[in-house]
Design a protein around this ligand. Structure first.
Ligand SMILES: [Zn+2]
Length: 384
């Protein structure tokens, strides 16, 4: 089966960083690229028009959530996920594995699949590799993900290895079950933070005819040094593999640089939109917490360097007021800004890789975001 996506990339002489273009059935994606998370077929508080205005090229939607509610069969009857949510650009769906292992009340994991209790109503549900593929085919995303078993990366190596080997067997079953010619399927490399397990996982997953490769099991509380070292191992093991590489669940400004330099092309994370709803804005001058009283009299826009609707029209004082009054507009304006900031940062990273100013950009961003702890942000742990 010919791949429904094409990916071309070139090295730029900065670590393993590359610039690329990923063509999907619903449009082209410039890489490196960030995918905002639309858990319930909506990037919370934002319309598809808002996403386009922010420069978003691809979004992620959740198999677990959408299969439970409103149901993937219903979405298929209504014309598929693109039509249902009126987002006509590329969509990537995750396999549900992450949510099953982090959000559901886990019943039983066996070699065939996972039995769990829905977080909505406690009903017993079953997810297998075949079922995860069936749901994603019904949703009709451009890119589907293989069903994997996620475990805490800091567990004993033997336990991480068992989950990894199961993930490898499930990967083959996902490929065998996948039939949609207009949907790509990505495999997921696991193996925790153990170098040898990661090498084994790359050998297994990259040896299969997936359209793209993802790196899972990171940004779940390991140290930043462990994440960087693991990405080094994976990049080395993948060198020469032409497929697009997606680092799952990573989305903070410092982590983008760490990963881009190690050859990552795609990112997703709930962080930019989740923190926005708490009043934390990411700006060219660092993080602002608009719940802080000092902003109540501040007439400046959230970010003087940002051209989003929020920054063009509204002051920090107004947003600070909206958050205190718990007005709904606070969530839309802050989410719109943080998504725009994240997209602008990725665009600036691509431009800087192109024109040689990457080091300068990295230094400028790290000066505002680099000194905030040594642990990875737990971007995805509570589900999307
Ligand atoms: Zn803005």
């Amino acid at each position: 089966m010919a791949s429904p996506i094409t990916f071309t990339s070139r090295a730029v002489g900065i670590g393993r960083a590359r610039l690329g273009a990923l063509t999907t059935p619903h449009g082209e994606i410039q890489t490196p690229q960030f995918m905002p998370v639309g858990t319930q077929a909506t990037v919370k508080a934002l319309t598809p028009g808002d996403l386009r205005a922010a420069g978003v090229q691809v979004i992620l939607a959740n198999t677990y959530h959408l299969s439970l509610r409103p149901g993937h069969e219903r979405i298929a009857r209504l014309g598929g996920l693109h039509r249902f949510m009126s987002w006509h650009g590329p969509i990537l769906t995750d396999s549900g594995g992450f949510q099953v292992f982090s959000l559901a009340h886990l019943g039983r994991v066996d070699d065939d699949g996972v039995t769990f209790a829905s977080h909505l109503d406690g009903s017993s549900q079953r997810l297998t590799p075949e079922r995860a593929v069936e749901i994603q085919e019904a949703l009709g995303s451009d890119i589907a993900m293989a069903f994997d078993q996620l475990v805490d990366a800091t567990l004993p190596m033997a336990e991480v290895a068992v989950a990894m080997e199961r993930t490898h067997r499930w990967a083959e079953r996902c490929l065998a079950a996948h039939t949609r010619a207009d949907q790509a399927l990505f495999g997921i490399v696991q193996g925790g933070v153990d170098a040898e397990l990661r090498r084994q996982s790359v050998a297994s997953i990259a040896g299969l005819p997936f359209d793209g490769l993802a790196i899972g099991g990171l940004s779940i509380g390991e140290s930043k040094a462990q994440m960087a070292a693991t990405l080094d191992v994976v990049a080395e093991a993948l060198s020469g593999d032409p497929r697009v590489r997606y680092l799952m669940g990573v989305g903070s400004p410092p982590d983008f640089f760490t990963a881009v330099e190690r050859g990552i092309d795609l990112f997703d994370c709930v962080l930019p939109t989740r923190v926005a709803r708490t009043g934390q804005l990411w700006t060219s001058a660092g993080k602002l917490n608009l719940r802080n009283a000092r902003f109540l009299d501040d007439p400046d826009p959230p970010d003087v360097e940002c051209g989003c609707e929020t920054c063009r029209n509204h002051s920090r004082a107004y947003l600070a007021h909206l958050f205190r009054a718990e007005e709904l507009l606070a969530y839309r304006l802050s989410s719109l800004h943080n998504v725009t900031y994240t997209q602008d940062l990725m665009r600036r990273i691509r431009a800087a890789l192109e024109d040689g100013s990457y080091g300068t950009l990295r230094e400028a961003v790290m000066a505002h975001y680099g000194g905030t702890g040594t642990r990875t942000d737990k971007g995805t742990v509570t589900g999307r």
